[in-house]
Design a protein around this ligand. Structure first.
Ligand SMILES: [Zn+2]
Length: 135
């Protein structure tokens, strides 16, 4: 009887779950790729540190324990969230006062990607194309 009820309600089927992330300050939502980065860090149990969520440039406060729950800021409100967190948790021994740059997180497949290398590659793109075209 109980098993039938569960099946009737569809509880036995695997369901995809999409976590909605919103900026603490303006309710903005991340782009699809940054969303994947944010989903990937949900199991990170780091206590009281900042992380950059790339490629969108979002900021994550990992929180934990008496530092509350994780929070997220869009690129426009990163500084505001840092100021708010420092005002609120500044007396707690943690990374709330740490200055950037913060460790960068990327979606699966881009972990460990070197941002300077990417910038160099992007910067070299047009020149390489020009040379290839014989200009
Ligand atoms: Zn925002």
């Amino acid at each position: 009887m109980h098993a039938l009820s569960r099946r009737a309600l569809g509880w036995d089927a695997l369901m995809g779950v999409k976590v909605l992330f919103r900026c603490e300050c303006c309710d903005a939502q991340p782009d699809a790729v940054t969303q994947r980065t944010l989903e990937g860090q949900l199991r990170d149990r780091t206590f009281g540190e900042y992380r950059d969520a790339q490629p969108g440039g979002w900021l994550i406060w990992t929180a934990g324990g008496r530092l509350g729950s994780k929070c997220y800021a869009c690129p426009e409100h990163r500084e505001q969230m840092i100021e708010d967190l420092r005002r609120h948790y500044g007396a707690v021994r943690c990374g709330v006062r740490q200055d950037g740059p913060y460790p960068a997180l990327w979606p699966d497949g881009f972990n460990g990607f070197d941002e300077r290398e990417l910038a160099r590659l992007l910067g070299a793109g047009p020149r390489a194309g020009s040379r290839a075209a014989g200009v």
